[in-house]
Design a binder for this molecule. Structure first.
Ligand SMILES: *Cc1c(COP(=O)(O)O)cnc(C)c1O
Length: 381
């Protein structure tokens, strides 16, 4: 069967709700078809200058935004190589925060984990207590845990970490930035990273990071920063609006168009839209449980700790996440299964990027129908 999305007209937009990569607007896709330019010289410098303006706006920073041709994992590795000296405290509450710890270990760093269960967020006072040992000079945290839909209290954790002179806070906001508020400068974050393919809704392949002055000072003291993710190399080129190596120019074209679209909507408008989509999704779960007798639950119990970009929904006993996802695919709608160990017991909806409340409501009505059909089949089997 031909993929209906091969036709990139707007009518087919609005059915792809994976929590990454997310659906890309046709205008953004088409921007990639422009001819090449060299990666040194005025053409790329103009383009990069425009990208810097837009990226600073979404990161809410005055610092330069490093542009890496890699997926977001590359900028996680950059955080580890350039930001961790003696020992890392890794805040773990899901698969991606655990990956952050593993990346640091793979770069030869000493790592301790502070873990809470999937669906929970970290308590800033517990972090503060851990830091009192004086053992750590860096902390990693995942803002929006895409595996669970939990939204960590980054601003408060930053307050706690910021009270210690020598400790840096490294933040993965891959499924946050562009959909959940991130205030890089105001919150005093030392390293904030994201990728193109989540809430920013650009095809995968570029990643971004902002380093505080303290982070750059730390980097200068660390050996073994490697080459590709050495922040001093990024810093040396960004003043000229260039990158250390050949960047994915086509993706930069796409990003240019998308940043313009974000400006037109306004960042605050974009964040509001995400908040509204999330609330619609959570209210639907409650309605299904209380009105339709389908035992659906949002994995993250406290609404204050839920991400506005992704919701993980626990399924009733007997239903399979994998089967629901494939039944939805048959109907032309793409959602995610639970992540990793939760593959069967849950589904995930990525209500992020360029989707609207209307599109989400359409998805949820098809999902309601699919869940009801699956329940009937299960109980009669
Ligand atoms: C998707 C994701 C990543 C990994 O991103 P890649 O672009 O696949 O390297 C890391 N952290 C979080 C929270 C994510 O959602």
């Amino acid at each position: 069967m031909p993929d209906p999305r091969a036709d990139t007209s707007s009518e087919t937009f609005g059915r792809f709700f994976l929590p990454g990569p997310t659906e890309v607007h046709p205008a953004v896709l088409q921007a990639q078809a422009r001819p090449m330019i060299g990666h040194r010289g005025p053409a790329v410098e103009d383009l990069m200058g425009r990208l810097q303006d837009g990226l600073k706006l979404v990161f809410r920073t005055e610092r330069p935004v490093f542009v890496s041709t890699s997926s977001a994992t590359g900028m996680m590795e950059a955080g580890a190589r350039n930001g961790i000296g003696k020992r890392l405290l890794a805040l773990v509450n899901g698969a991606f925060s655990d990956r952050f710890a593993k990346i640091a270990e793979s770069c030869g760093k000493q790592v301790d984990r502070l873990e809470v269960s999937w669906g929970q967020v970290h308590d800033p006072s517990a972090v503060e207590e851990k830091l009192e040992s004086g053992d750590y000079d860096a902390v990693t945290i995942v803002h929006s845990e895409t595996s669970t839909g939990a939204l960590n209290r980054v601003a408060e954790v930053a307050g706690v970490v910021g009270r210690r002179d020598d400790t840096l806070l490294l933040v993965d906001s891959v499924s946050g930035l562009g959909g959940a508020d991130v205030r890089t400068d105001e919150w005093g974050l030392d390293w904030v990273l994201t990728g193109t393919q989540k809430a920013l809704a650009v095809p995968p392949g570029l990643a971004f990071g902002v380093a505080s002055e303290s982070m750059m000072e730390r980097a200068a003291t660390l050996p073994d920063r490697g080459t590709y993710f050495d922040l001093e190399k990024f810093a040396a080129k960004i003043g000229k609006n260039q990158t250390p190596n050949t960047p994915a120019v086509s993706l930069m074209y796409a990003l240019d168009v998308q940043l313009q679209r974000i400006r037109e909507e306004g960042l605050d408008g974009r964040l509001d839209r995400h908040e509204q989509m999330a609330r619609v999704c959570w209210a639907w779960v409650d309605r299904m449980r209380e009105g339709e007798g389908l035992d659906l639950r949002v994995l993250v119990e406290d609404p204050a700790h839920r991400s506005p970009t992704v919701t993980c929904i626990l399924l009733p006993e007997g239903l399979s996440g994998v089967n629901i996802v494939s039944a939805m695919r048959e109907k032309g709608f793409i959602i995610g299964t639970g992540y990793g160990k939760m593959k069967q017991e849950a589904i995930r909806i990525g209500h992020m990027g360029d989707h609207t409340v209307d599109e989400l409501e359409q998805l949820l009505s098809v999902l309601a129908e699919t869940l009801t059909e699956a329940t009937t089949t299960t109980t009669h089997a």
